[in-house]
Design a protein around this ligand. Structure first.
Ligand code: FDA
Length: 583
């Protein structure tokens, strides 16, 4: 076991939140120690729907192609279906995860990264490996016991589980990325609102189900099968590898307060029933339980301790927002911590973490729970007992079943809020943050009341919004390049255009006044650094050609200026002092 150490940042947890934070900090030259009570990364596939916003973070960290190589593509995620069994009657299906033909363009417009299906057990080793390459040190089988706040940081007591040795690690900051039962969050006395929901029973299997799924590819295949009273009627075949590896949710029923305890034979029998074919060979790799919660923490932080991921937001897997939001949390905090540790900003910037991320956490937890309700409505219409089901399905097929058919289809369509919810994935809007600054004459804030913000992305360069993706080109011989790829990467970027060349000198003045601060300037337009080849930047930039859009290292807009101002150097310095107060 390793003993006593000091590090700028100690991270508790090597899951999607903790490992991403270690990776991003390392890329900014800030080393960290990561402890995890488990002996290795996730041993079951867990979260898998990988959304565009999360992939943009990994793209910025240079990992997109490595992740894509082990992910299933958007085409494999084409549908979500509802059936009696995989071989039996189908009740209906929806196009899913951006595959609805009428929505495909929205997803393609939103991001350079397509949706994908990336099991957590494939993602975590990549994050750990890449984080180690940039200086993070992982200590598995090491448990957080308690922490004490010091005047200049935190002292954390940890236990090396195999040997039982207890030792201390001193750090300037402690990140609690320790999942839904966060001991770190408890240690800083922050409460959570909400409740525990239920326990999922998942079985990880290998079985060749190609003949049922190739015709109707999809990550999620709901089985509404009430034929076995020991099991709840609702289950799901979730693709891990098309079409030979799955995680199957199958809930043992509770009768008179006692939950049925299945044997391996019971599980296989039920799986065959859910498949609808007893001859399919099945290999059980593991079975595991998972507690589903509906909870959000009151705050993400206290003093030098910051919590992210499931430590602060916990919800059902509907909409697939869990690990994606963990990655966005890490993106939000990593650069802020690195700037503070390098003396490039006052530690007051850290107070923006809760201000910016809690509304995102509140929003995803609400949506995932609303989505659960939509599913319940659907299940209740089709009927959860064998008797009810016989009646509804027979009525559905007769002329007098028109009202039932219509109610069912309407309930099915409502789950589109889960399956084509581009908005909830992309619209992380940072309001009231001291790291965004709105000019008094900027009346351009989008009216969110006019938009279904769950389903549709709001595209704007208004401060607090995410930089919209548009394709640019360097010259007539270059491949197209996303504007996201020329921003981010740990530094600020000021985007201007024709007539805005004075911004370069003004940025230099700021950099001179603030040693260590780097702000990249790019000009987009005719004979500039980048061609607005498709004219899309012109449509979304929200300022005039000689104006400026200031983008934070995490791709969020911190300020914009309509035209070239008078006294631009002084103006820009005031802006930086406001959004990034000096140490
Ligand atoms: P995460 O829980 O992944 O990681 C916590 C980390 O903290 C681990 O490394 C752990 O060892 C460490 N840790 C915890 N306590 C510690 C302590 N006291 N000391 C040291 N280290 C400590 N989601 C979904 O969308 N679909 C799904 O099917 C599933 N299935 C699923 C199954 C199981 C078994 C779990 C636990 C979770 C899921 N999830 C899921 C949820 C999803 O996995 C979850 O949203 C993310 O993993 C959260 O990532 P975090 O990094 O925040 O925590």
């Amino acid at each position: 076991p390793k003993t006593g150490s000091t590090t700028p940042v100690l991270i508790v947890g090597a899951g999607p939140s903790g490992a991403t934070a270690a990776l991003l900090l390392g890329r900014l030259g800030t080393p960290s120690i990561v402890i995890s009570r488990h002996s290795d990364t996730a041993n079951t596939p867990r979260a898998h729907i990988f959304n565009q916003r999360a992939m943009e973070v990994l793209r910025d960290a240079g990992l997109e192609s490595r992740c894509r190589a082990v992910a299933s593509s958007s085409e494999h995620m084409m549908h979500t279906s509802w059936l009696h069994s995989l071989a039996g009657e189908e009740y209906g299906r929806l196009y899913a995860w951006g595959n609805r033909p009428a929505r495909k363009g929205d997803y393609e417009t939103a991001s350079p990264c397509p949706m994908s299906d990336l099991p957590q057990s494939e993602l975590e080793p990549i994050l750990v490996d890449e984080a180690e390459k940039v200086g993070a040190e992982f200590r598995f089988s090491t448990e957080f016991i308690t922490q004490t706040t010091l005047s200049d940081g935190v002292e954390t007591k940890v236990r090396h589980r195999p040997s039982g040795d207890v030792y201390r690690i001193r750090s300037r900051f402690l990140i609690g990325a320790d999942g839904a039962r966060s001991a770190v969050l408890d240690s800083i006395g922050i409460g959570v609102d909400g409740k525990q929901l239920n326990t999922a029973f998942n079985v990880h299997i290998k079985a060749d189900l190609s003949k049922y799924l190739e015709v109707r590819p999809g990550s999620l295949n709901w089985i509404l099968n009430p034929d076995a009273p020991e099991w709840s009627a609702v289950g799901n075949f979730r693709m891990v590898r098309p079409w030979t590896e799955f995680v199957v949710s199958m809930h043992p029923a509770v009768k008179d307060g006692i939950q049925f305890e299945p044997t391996e034979k019971d599980i296989i029998d039920r799986l065959h029933q859910m498949i609808g074919n007893n001859d399919i060979p099945i290999k059980i790799l593991s079975s595991f339980r998972w507690t589903i919660n509906d909870q959000v923490a009151h705050s993400w932080q206290r003093d030098n301790v910051i919590c992210i991921g499931d430590a602060v937001h916990r919800h059902p897997p509907i909409n697939g927002l869990g690990s994606n939001t963990c990655i966005s949390d890490a993106y939000n905090i990593a650069w802020k911590l690195a700037y503070v540790l390098k003396g490039q900003a006052s530690r007051s910037i850290l107070s923006t973490i809760t201000v910016e991320r809690k509304p995102v956490g509140d929003g995803i937890v609400r949506r995932a729970n609303d989505g659960m309700e939509d599913h319940r409505t659907l299940w209740n219409i089709i009927g959860l007992s064998a008797e009810e089901r016989r009646k509804t399905t027979s009525l559905m097929a007769r002329p007098e079943g028109a009202a039932l058919r219509s109610a069912f289809r309407q309930a099915l369509e409502k789950t589109d809020d889960e399956l084509n919810a581009l908005g909830i994935q992309m619209n992380q809007i940072y309001r009231n943050s001291s790291m965004t600054l709105v000019e008094v004459d900027d009346y351009g804030e989008p009216d969110l009341k006019l938009v279904n913000v769950v389903k549709h992305q709001v595209i704007s360069t208004y401060p607090g919004y995410h930089l919209p993706h548009v394709w640019l080109a360097q010259n007539s011989q270059s491949h197209r390049i996303s504007i996201l790829d020329v921003c981010g990467n740990g530094i600020f970027t000021l985007i201007t255009g024709i007539g805005g060349s004075s911004w370069r000198a003004w940025v230099k003045e700021v950099e001179h006044a603030r040693p260590g601060l780097v702000c990249h300037v790019i000009s987009i337009g005719w004979r500039q650094d980048f061609m607005d080849a498709y004219g899309d930047w012109n449509k979304v930039r929200g300022v005039n050609e000689d104006g400026a859009v200031l983008v934070r290292p995490d791709h969020f807009i911190s300020w914009r200026c309509k035209d070239l101002p008078q006294e631009g150097g002084t103006k820009l310095k005031t802006v930086f002092d406001s959004i990034l107060p000096p140490a």
